[in-house]
Ligand binder design. Structure first.
Ligand code: F6P
Length: 734
């Protein structure tokens, strides 16, 4: 607006200035034209009157003079013709109409040039005086025209000219501003495309901007090459796609994990699709949606084989397919030995300090090796180039990095360990510890959630393998290759998928209360976990019990809903655990409940992510009380679900998430009284404090989302690939 004014005002001034000088010129010109008109008119009038006048001249009687006067008077009734006079030859007496100014007299003609028309100023205004010779004796008529109309017209013209210039100024200004705005938008679009440095086609940029675009793109690329700092990037699915396209030259990403993102199940003669309760899936599914590529995983659903093609591939997500899910089939024995046995009876309790003794069987180990080979082969089968980027996930596949590197030495293998890594003493229990370490060190990058777990891993390698450890760069050189050990705290997609399709918070509350027969004024707590002994589900129940013991006002009000996804149910430890959970819930309900009130509602079944989000939105607080956890994404999902900024998170200090979500109420789940107090605090926390804490955590997760997690790993891999081309000729091992 200010810019427009700055332009319009000077333009109007300039045009007014021009108008000021133009008007006198127009004045002169119109005067000339009107004078010419009057001359023509005068001669016309003279011609018309001449005959009558001449006949009068011949007779020259007094009566005839009177008739002439009368003729002149009638002729001057025309509004322009002011006066007429007759001058006879030899300067005889003037016969004139009554209005003839006295200053105009007959003169003796010496030369006809004396009869040139003139303009005379009178009190009534300017008069145009012209002469017309009649007959041959030298007599003539004087015709006086009133010129005041010229003055009036000139004044009008002046006004019109001024108005015209002002209008012109306005039209020019508006047009100019409009054109400027449009070209400004064009420029902005152009500049935008300049800054979209990876925009493939420069032809999309306006021609005049192309040289600048080229310059800026080169500049950006150089800058980026040397100082791309992922901390300064705002991460989204698109940023991740850009990293893949530009930093990894469009490399196809292959993810391999035990758990698959979509499980097809036969149910009531139909095929239903489940999203498993798994932090790994929660994190990686949006990454795959963003990156496309292929996800290799165990096909564990009863209908999985019915929906794949001949390459064992099905396109997912079902509602909008964007990547391949390649299924690996396992026999019952393989599943038993590799998944239930070595992975979940051995490594899982080994890495989680949850006081459940790990069980290691040689047969399970053999199975683990064989299945790892199966997964590695499935991945290699999918690779179209010699140097793909492969993301290996979790403790089920510790041997896969080495197996891939043996067959594809130029592949970039990034392995992420989703569970904690214990200290060397604890890990040392594993009879095949060196083999597992060797398998993992086939990775170019090995990621953990926390630096603490990185350090535990490095110390374990230090203890059990011949290797060179550079603690400065967190790199382990082993067997001629290097592995960078880095911490990448995992996170979730932001915003949460389908959050905008969720009912409002009051409706979520209503639905949860109705579905679980809770009083409508209930104080609702929520826990969402796989039924796993590491999650601290019992400790949470004990905290509810303790609080009801010490604060009877909460009886009938405090309702804790535990969603428990059945998990690893073939393992005796898990079966026992589920039984204890059911028993303890029943005991506490027995102790404090009534016909209409149940302090603990246990929902043991699979819940789809959308349902879980509804529970998060309905709750007054969410309790995450893991006894030991790599990260725990339930905590982050609860926060993401609360777009109303209300609700309190109680979080175990033994979950990796506690390092990031410091605004939660952090507890030691083994301290039951402290946990009870945490619930009480959550229930009385003033809304402004809830909002402040929630806002801060939401801001953090928005920034540190799963795209950043994946993006950081991929950027590190890209840097490694670039630098790998420049080994030191004097110290090749460096
Ligand atoms: O990190 C999440 C995690 O604990 C994984 O390690 C594990 O694979 C998953 O959740 C769920 O377990 P499962 O795949 O055995 O159902």
């Amino acid at each position: 607006m200010r810019l427009s004014l700055r332009f319009i005002l000077p333009l109007i001034l300039t045009l007014s200035f021009v108008a000021y000088f133009t008007v006198p010129l127009i004045d002169k010109l119109t005067l000339k034209w009107f004078s010419r008109d009057l001359e023509i008119r005068s001669s016309l009038v003279a011609n018309t009157l001449s005959e009558a006048v001449l006949s009068t001249e011949i007779q020259n009687s007094a009566q005839q003079k009177l008739r002439l006067k009368d003729l002149f008077s009638r002729a001057t009734q025309d509004e322009r013709l002011f006066a007429i006079a007759y001058c006879g030859a030899n300067n005889s007496e003037m016969i004139a109409s009554p209005q003839m100014p006295t200053t105009i007299r007959c003169v003796t003609l010496v030369q006809t040039s004396e009869l040139r028309p003139k303009i005379l100023e009178f009190a009534s205004g300017p008069l145009h005086v012209s002469y017309a010779l009649i007959g041959s004796q030298g007599s003539y008529l004087i015709l006086v025209h009133d010129m005041s109309f010229v003055q009036r017209r000139t004044a009008d013209t002046k006004n019109y000219v001024f108005l015209f210039f002002i209008l012109l100024a306005l039209v020019i200004s508006v047009l100019t501003v409009l054109i400027a705005q449009l070209s400004w938008l064009g420029w902005i679009k152009g500049i935008r495309s300049m800054l979209t440095i990876h925009r493939p086609d420069i032809r999309n940029v306006a021609p005049e901007l192309r040289p600048i675009v080229r310059e800026i793109r080169t500049l950006f690329r150089d800058r980026e090459h040397f100082s791309r700092d992922e901390a300064q990037i705002s991460w989204s699915a698109q940023t991740l796609r850009d990293v893949l396209k530009n930093d990894l030259a469009g490399e196809e990403v292959i993810i391999v994990s035990n758990r698959e993102p979509y499980i097809h199940m036969h149910h009531d003669n139909k095929i239903e699709i489940q999203s498993p309760a798994s932090g790994l899936v929660t994190a990686l599914e949006p990454v795959m949606r963003a990156c496309s590529g292929t996800w290799v995983a165990h096909g564990s659903g009863t209908a999985d084989a019915d929906v794949v093609d001949s390459s064992q591939i099905v396109q997912v997500p079902p509602e909008n397919p964007s990547y391949n899910l390649k299924r690996v089939w396992l026999t019952k024995e393989e599943e038993l030995g590799y998944y239930y046995g070595f992975s979940n009876e051995g490594l899982w309790p080994l890495c989680h300090i949850a006081h459940t003794r790990p069980i290691f069987r040689s047969d399970d180990w053999k199975c683990y090796l064989a299945v790892n080979e199966k997964f590695a082969n499935a991945v290699i089968e999918e690779c179209k180039t010699e140097d793909p980027v492969i993301l290996v996930q979790d403790y089920h596949l510790a041997m896969v990095p080495r197996l891939i590197k043996e067959k594809l030495p130029n592949a970039t293998v990034i392995t992420f360990w989703h569970i904690p890594w214990p200290n060397p003493e604890a890990f040392g229990i594993c009879p095949w510890r060196e083999r597992i370490l060797d398998g993992l060190l086939g990775s170019d990058i090995l990621g953990f959630h926390t630096r603490f777990h990185c350090n535990n891993f490095t110390d374990t390698v230090d203890r059990f393998l011949e290797s060179r450890i550079d603690r400065d760069t967190s790199t382990i050189s082993y067997n001629g290759s290097k592995t960078a050990v880095r911490n990448y705290p995992i996170s979730i997609e932001w915003p949460l998928k389908d959050l905008n399709k969720q009912p409002t918070i009051p409706l979520c509350r209503l639905q949860v209360c109705q579905d679980n027969q809770l009083p409508f004024d209930a104080k609702i707590g929520i826990g969402v976990d796989r039924l796993d002994y590491t999650k601290g589900i019992l400790e949470r129940f004990y905290a509810v019990e303790r609080l009801l013991e010490i604060d009877s006002t909460l009886l009938g009000k405090l309702c804790f809903v535990q969603i428990g996804a059945p998990s690893r149910s073939s393992i005796a430890e898990y079966q026992n655990f589920e039984n204890i959970v059911r028993k303890e819930a029943a005991r506490i309900n027995q102790k404090f409940g009534s016909k209409t009130y149940k302090p603990i509602t246990l929902r043991v079944r699979h819940h789809q992510p959308f349902e879980v989000t509804t529970y998060f939105r309905a709750a007054d607080f969410c309790f995450v009380s893991s006894l030991h956890d790599g990260m725990n994404l339930v905590a982050k999902e609860f926060i993401a679900a609360r777009d109303d900024n209300n609700g309190v998170l109680i979080l175990s200090q033994f979950a990796g998430a506690a390092k990031e979500l410091v605004e939660s109420i952090v507890v030691n789940p083994y301290n039951i009284d402290q946990c009870a107090e945490a619930i009480r605090l959550a229930l009385v926390m003033p809304v402004p404090e809830q909002v402040a804490r929630m806002k801060s955590m939401r801001f953090y997760i928005q920034e540190y989302n799963v795209f950043r997690w994946a993006g950081r790993m991929l950027l590190d891999a890209a840097r490694m690939r670039k630098r790998g081309k420049f080994s030191n000729p004097l110290f090749p091992s460096l």
